[in-house]
Design a protein around this ligand. Structure first.
Ligand code: TMP
Length: 215
């Protein structure tokens, strides 16, 4: 691998199996001898994790799409400058659970914020910084919500503000992720998240290795 690392993101709607797959990918790349950092958005640094509490907890506040977008970018700016870029400079592979594509999907396709506003924040707040490789875990909205619902009941989680939203919201999200992938074919790989866990892991692992070997 070159001295500059690689930034990989996983994206998808609720119940797409992202959390399982991200851990599997990290372990797979570590087994191959890579130095891997696993992180998430919103969050990843102490400051950004504080913003996460405001955004995803049920009692964190009722944010307008514009206000929450600013919070996501505030968290992201810290995350990039203090964790992601330094790790990449050391040649590490950084794997992140969600990134700007989630803002595009949730805040714009989901909540109707003008997409140009989001792109202007990408330039203004994070200087156009984008992942090298993005996996979009695509799942039918109803199937994903059913899985997410089961998980939250099991874990008694309080991080469910976004999962409470209606099915049409989740259908718009799915459409959004697919359109983002279509606009960025060199960066995005769509994965059918209704396959078995092992099949999904194999596809993600193969595509990641191929990209790493081409750097
Ligand atoms: P998670 O459940 O995958 O940890 O993500 C937390 C929630 O935050 C999830 O419902 C998606 C939402 N989110 C956005 O709305 N915009 C964003 O930019 C990010 C990163 C997450």
């Amino acid at each position: 691998m070159s001295s500059q690392g690689i930034f990989i993101t996983l994206e998808g709607g609720e119940g797409s199996g992202k959390s399982t797959q991200i851990k599997t990918l990290a372990a797979f790349l570590q087994d191959k001898g890579h130095d891997v950092i696993l992180t998430r958005e919103p969050g990843g640094t102490p400051e950004a994790e504080k913003i996460r509490e405001l955004l995803v907890n049920r009692d964190g506040g009722d944010w307008t799409p514009m206000a929450e977008t600013l919070l996501f970018f505030a968290a992201r700016a810290m995350h990039i400058e203090t964790l992601i870029k330094p790790a990449l400079a050391e040649g590490k592979i950084v794997i992140c659970d969600r990134f700007t594509d989630s803002t595009r999907a949730y805040q714009s396709y989901g909540h109707g914020l003008d997409p140009d506003i989001i792109e202007s924040y990408v330039q203004l707040a994070i200087a156009g910084f984008e992942p090298d490789l993005t996996f979009i875990l695509d799942i039918d909205a109803a199937a994903g919500l059913e899985r997410a619902g089961r998980r939250n009941t099991d874990a008694d989680s309080t991080e469910d503000r976004f999962e409470q939203m209606q099915i049409d919201f989740h259908e718009r999200l799915r459409q959004g992720f697919l359109e983002i992938a279509a606009r960025n074919p060199e960066r995005c790989v769509i994965i059918d998240a209704q396959q078995s866990i092992d099949e999904i892991a194999a596809q993600i692992g193969d595509a990641a290795l191929e990209r790493i070997s081409n750097v």
